[in-house]
Every structure is written in C-alpha cells, then in structure tokens.
Design a protein around this ligand. Sequence first.
Ligand SMILES: Nc1ncnc2c1ncn2[C@@H]1O[C@H](COP(=O)(O)OP(=O)(O)OP(=O)(O)O)[C@@H](O)[C@H]1O
Ligand SMILES: [Mg+2]
Length: 248
Amino acid sequence: MATENILEIKNLSKSYNDSQGTNNVISDMNLTLKEGDFLSILGPSGCGKTTLIRCICGFEKYQGEIFVEGEKVTKPGTDRIMVFQSFDQLYPWKTVRGNIEFPLKKQGIKDKAELDRIVKKQLELIGLSGYEDYYPHQLSGGMKQRVAIARGLALRPKIILMDEPFAALDAMTRNKLQRELHKIAENEHLTVIFITHNIQEALVLGTRVMLMSSHGEVKIDMENPIPKPVTPDSPGYGELWRKFEDAL
Ligand SMILES: Nc1ncnc2c1ncn2[C@@H]1O[C@H](COP(=O)(O)OP(=O)(O)OP(=O)(O)O)[C@@H](O)[C@H]1O
Ligand SMILES: [Mg+2]
C-alpha cells in the first residue's frame, strides 16, 4: 500500500469485558499521521488515550485497522516505541549504556564500535554525555526520562508514542525537557504522538493538537497555528489555550 501517511487508523474500536459487562473504550475512531507530525493528545482521564497508543504499539487486540507505513499492526515492534510517565521504565541493574544497548543488541547489532557510536550520539542529543556508566538509581527523575527517550530514539522508530512522559517532573525540569524534546523532534524530523493532561505542554510541543473525549471521539484535531517556539506570550496562545480549556 503506497501512502504518505505514516500512520492510518481506520474504524478502530476497542472494548474490555469485565464482571460489570462490556466497556467500549474506543468506538470507530479514525486518525492519520504524516511523517514529521508531532501530535499532542489531550483528553479527560479515562477517555482512552493510553488504550489508543497501546493499540498502535501492538500491545492490545483491537477491531478495525491500524497501518504503520502501510503495514497492519498485529504485534509490538521496534518501529513503534513507547515512553511512559514512570521513572521505573529503565532496567535498574543496567547502566545508562546497558539500557540503551540492550534493545539494539536484541535487534542484532553486535559490533561494539557501532553500539558505542549510537550510545554516544543519543546521549549527546539528550544532554547526558558522560553518564554512560551511571545506574538508574544514581540519576534524577528528569535524567531517567532522558535515558528512556534516548533508548527509544536509538532504535530509530517510525513513530514515538509518549504517554505523559514529563508528568511526574517538577515544573522547571518539565519546561527544560519540553524545549529539548521540541528541538530534537524538529532536527531529527521525528513523528510523535504525545499524550498530556497539560494544555501548555500540548501547545508548546505539538505541530498538531487533538482533544479526545469519551469512546475515542475526536472533538478537536487541528494544526497548531502558533509558530515555534511557542510560549505563553506568543500571539494567539491565550485564545487557543482557552479553546482547549473550555472543551476539556
Ligand atoms: N486492561 C484493561 N482492562 C480493563 N479495562 C481497562 C484496561 N485498560 C484500560 N481500561 C479501561 O479503559 C478506559 C480507558 O483507560 P485509559 O487508560 O486508556 O484512559 P486514559 O485516557 O489514558 O486515562 P488517564 O488520563 O487517566 O491516563 C478506562 O475506563 C479503563 O478502566
Ligand atoms: Mg493514560
């Protein structure tokens, strides 16, 4: 299937069955993503944001169709990597280098010089050069999130799916990481889906901003009209912020 869309979601439905009955979390959702899109997704708690990206990652069975570069998603793969909110997503028994190298080795990269080169490049990108031999418990929360991002980027995924990756950080670190992620995404031409509860974060990072309501209904999906870098002083910021605040 020839396509310029890196991601195509057609009539996606996902429900869970439990003792209370069937919970239709996502019903008939459609969504496309182009290469280089940075899609921020906002939405109330429980509306199905995490479920959506778990489906895209291949962690969930679903109804409908999800294509990544024309290939149907049936299982997890390193073309889609997920970064979570939790500071515990690194292997605690491996160093920073070990954490980044592990999935690369699983992918069959065995050459030491090649592994070294990739680790060095990723740590430079993410601002952690010199921390190769640190263990996760020796890092701050922000540093751990940087390593988790570096580990994901090292695999050169087609799509990066981030589920509130900065939510547990203090405001200053969060702002700093937002700026850095924005720079990396732009320079490396990343395609990202970024879930957040924070409207400011959605507007600062997103080239596109989406608001999901219950059952995966897309209430707003718009190009972000504010030129980067977006700050609260950017013309149009306040108006756009209120639009999402009201809709939420
Ligand atoms: N494994 C599961 N089994 C049963 N129900 C689930 C499962 N995972 C999610 N759900 C249900 O699906 C709904 C959506 O959950 P989801 O985690 O996708 O929401 P969310 O939008 O990410 O919320 P939040 O903003 O709080 O993270 C919730 O009602 C939740 O209880
Ligand atoms: Mg969630």
